[in-house]
Design a protein around this ligand. Structure first.
Ligand code: TXA
Ligand code: MG
Length: 354
């Protein structure tokens, strides 16, 4: 398939409006269009067209029972596609447009193919101005999973998208770097006052708690047990898997240095906080270091994580080590993505340096 790349500056969308309209036209005629959002790039198709959903699954190599998020222009458009409730509107008032996805019962405007056979549908109203202009031009909900091949990290810039999707989609809208860099927070509405958090993101449990009760699904922080049913089909698949084994080290930087020195790997990568960079490079000069940003700046870490995992994948390391994030605030989203990338391998190295 021929893939057209359209460059759009988020600061001057009006200059690209005719290109955005042309891309929206291609989507309405059943084509696939990759577009930027504030979280990660999305692989978009017409959410009301079952054939578009099938094309999305084929382009990603994604199992068909893993449903797609639908992207709408404004919160009230959810009426067309989902059974809304006062709680939906309270969440929308506070967090939309923005990186929050809300799961509700679906209306039959959304075909089974888009929702992976479930009775529910996931609804998101993004805030990225290019995404908004594109959805508005489409005039229909845009079904979009992250625009990566199934199993690799979500793309946060156009080169990532081109690596995975060139030749598989009709159009790639290059809108530069995604702001946040991890996928949206997903909640399921349970009743008038409660949601279940299915995937952590930039909107944290504390922020959601200002609006309603928040249950955190156990799969957010731990592995599904044998026989346990995934609340979100995506939870049961291994995600964001780098080619080299990734191990999460639970201990101090000096524990990590001692631990890594005692291992017999040759080509080693370490993800480190900026504060620890010098310490690692001095004590382990033979390893490759990736700076994730300051330990206290989780937004920078979120922005860097998938880029680092993609870069590291190109280097054929024997092993990759990363620190275990705190499970608080945005740290919970980092923790959730890293334990999946590490297939839940956490090594307790506390006290190793003594
Ligand atoms: O930030 C994001 O959410 C990005 C951008 C493009 O909007 N999209 C994204 O989509 O991350 P995707 O498909 O890669 O991840 C969506 C997750 C999947 O794990 C899927 O199983 C889950 O949402 N999901 C979708 N619909 C669902 C539903 N009705 N019930 C439960 N889980 C659902
Ligand atoms: Mg994804």
């Amino acid at each position: 398939m021929n893939t057209e790349i359209i460059k759009v500056s988020p600061d001057n969308i009006s200059a690209s409006l005719s290109d955005i309209e042309r891309a929206a036209d291609i989507l309405k005629r059943g084509g696939l269009v990759v577009f930027p959002t504030e979280t990660v790039y999305g692989l978009g198709g017409d959410a009301t067209n079952p054939t578009s959903a099938e094309k999305i699954f084929a382009a990603k190599g994604r199992p068909k029972d893993n449903p797609l998020i639908i992207h709408i222009e404004k919160p009230s458009d959810a009426e067309i596609y989902a059974v809304t409730s006062p709680l939906y509107y309270r969440l929308a008032e506070k967090f939309m447009p923005g990186p929050l996805t809300v799961i509700m019962e679906s209306k039959d405007t959304i075909p089974y193919e888009t929702r992976g056979g479930l009775s529910t549908v996931a609804v998101r109203c993004p805030e990225n101005p290019i995404a908004r202009a594109f959805i508005a031009a489409a005039g229909v909900a845009v079904a979009a999973p992250s625009a990566n091949l199934s199993g690799s990290p979500s793309p946060t810039n156009a080169p990532h998208v081109i690596d995975d999707m060139y030749g598989r989609v009709n159009v790639i809208i290059d809108g530069g770097e995604c702001d946040f860099g991890l996928e949206s927070t997903i909640v399921k509405i349970e009743d008038d006052s409660t949601v279940t958090l299915l995937r952590p993101g930039r909107i944290t449990p504390d922020e959601l708690s200002l609006i309603c009760n928040v249950n955190v699904a156990s799969a957010v922080t731990s592995e599904l047990k044998a026989g346990e049913v995934a609340l979100s089909p995506g939870m049961k698949y291994r995600h964001y898997a780098p080619k080299a084994p990734l191990l999460l080290l639970d201990g101090t930087p000096s524990d990590a240095v001692e631990y890594i020195m005692a291992q017999e790997h040759e080509k080693i990568a370490v993800l480190t906080y900026s504060e620890d960079y010098q310490y690692f490079s001095k004590n382990l000069p033979h390893i490759t270091l990736y700076d994730m940003g300051s330990v206290n700046n989780e937004c920078v870490q979120a922005h860097e994580l998938f880029r680092i995992l993609r870069d590291a994948d190109k280097e054929k390391f024997d092993v990759i080590y990363a620190p275990l994030p705190r499970m608080e605030g945005i740290g919970l989203a980092l923790y959730n993505r890293l334990i999946r990338a590490a297939a839940h391998t956490i090594v307790n190295i506390r006290g190793y340096s003594k």
